[in-house]
Design a protein around this ligand. Structure first.
Ligand SMILES: Cc1cc2nc3c(=O)[nH]c(=O)nc-3n(C[C@H](O)[C@H](O)[C@H](O)COP(=O)(O)O)c2cc1C
Length: 359
């Protein structure tokens, strides 16, 4: 059934090209753009490109295994389909399509609270491993209601995105006059998001001690430490794909110090600019347990719907397998920071610099 899509998309580059030709200018700019000067977007790529591999040879890599675990459950790759709000304006089916692809391929999907067709319908769309991400736009009772609905619908972990105290100025959207349908509601709830503090994190963990909590949007060691002290299970290093604070550091540059400081007291996940199998391998070598895929997920869905996203994941898996084998690793367990070295960046970092053959 997948044969046509495999022929259509032998490479990720062709998936990105197809997304670009399928999407109208508004949704395209919304998907690929970042905040203001898009410096953080570029630094995400720069931080990854500034890492080179130190391969080991002659290690019998005839059986490379790319599998991993996600909060204790087996998954096909150490990946997460990151939460994307408004996916319905990018691909038919919105979050339900992402959930179906997650189920078909065998990786988890994190549903954004601002994505259609919403919590219940997305959960009903596929039997996938799922996590729920909330933008806090109401009081404690409002949050509790989402927790109840998420649990009732099989979401096994809960995520608060914490890098959205203010909504950024996305210049591509402003210039293109692209108005997202959910923005009006977001403006209404904005004071709750801005008013969020560690008090609410403590309340959450006190009330739901057995529901794994992920804080998404941690960008410093200091906040990672606070998260652990508040009992958070997962520190998700992210700058929202450079869509929130401009002039931040690249995620891959922040990751090592967070991993070192936490020393296994919480899982560390990461996203921001991860487009290739080699990028994923770099993150795991630096100590991340899971890598979030944001734009690439949207691009693949826009290129070819559910089969397009499954195909992108297959290509990532292929790239990961090749990379691990060439590093002399039989699995992610064999990877260490010694497989990496700092190196000069060879091409101008940008949203699409991972795809130099894009016409
Ligand atoms: C179109 C789009 C919408 C997003 N919506 C959300 C969201 O609703 N909630 C959230 O926590 N992060 C959201 N993000 C951020 C992603 O979850 C992720 O952190 C980011 O895309 C990772 O960077 P990458 O796109 O370079 O992979 C969004 C990202 C994109 C591209």
């Amino acid at each position: 059934m997948n044969a046509p899509v495999q022929e259509q998309f032998p490479t990720l580059t062709e998936i990105v090209a197809a997304a670009r030709s399928n999407l109208p200018p508004g949704p395209w700019s919304y998907l690929v753009g970042g905040a203001e000067t898009e410096t953080t977007v570029k630094r995400n790529r720069q931080a990854l490109d500034a890492l080179a591999f130190r391969p080991r040879v002659l290690r019998d890599v005839s059986q490379v295994d790319c599998r991993a675990t996600f909060l204790g459950r087996p998954v096909r790759l150490p990946l997460l389909l990151a939460p994307i709000g408004g996916l319905e304006s990018i691909a038919e089916g919105g979050a339900a399509a992402a959930a179906r692809a997650a189920a078909q391929f065998g990786v988890p999907h994190m549903l954004s609270s601002v994505c259609q067709p919403g919590l219940e319908q997305t959960a009903a769309a596929a039997n996938n491993l799922r996590s729920f991400q909330l933008y806090v736009r109401g009081d404690d009772a409002w949050v509790d209601d989402f927790v109840r609905r998420a649990r009732d619908n099989g979401f096994t972990s809960f995520c608060l995105t914490v890098d959205v105290a203010a909504y950024s100025r996305r210049e591509r959207d402003l210039i293109g006059r692209f108005v997202k349908p959910w923005r009006a509601k977001a403006v209404e709830g904005a004071p709750f998001q801005a008013g969020l503090s560690w008090t609410q994190v403590k309340r959450f963990k006190d009330k739901y001690p057995d529901l794994p909590l992920i804080l998404k949007g941690i960008a410093t060691v200091e906040d990672a430490e606070l998260a652990v002290r508040h009992g958070v299970e997962v520190v998700y290093v992210s700058n929202h794909g450079g869509r929130q604070l401009d002039h931040g550091l690249g995620s891959a540059a922040v990751l090592p110090e967070v991993v070192k400081a936490l020393a296994g007291r919480a899982e560390v996940w990461v996203d921001g600019g991860f487009m290739r199998g080699t990028d994923v391998v770099k993150a795991i070598a630096l100590g991340a347990k899971c890598v979030g895929i944001g734009r690439l997920q949207g691009l693949a869905l826009a290129a070819g719907g559910v089969p397009g996203l499954v195909r992108a994941l297959e290509i990532l898996e292929d790239e990961v397998r090749i990379c691990l084998g060439l590093l002399g690793c039989n699995s992610f367990a064999d990877l260490t920071p010694a497989h990496l070295a700092p190196a000069p960046v060879v091409s101008e970092p940008g949203i699409f610099s991972a795809f130099p053959h894009l016409a």
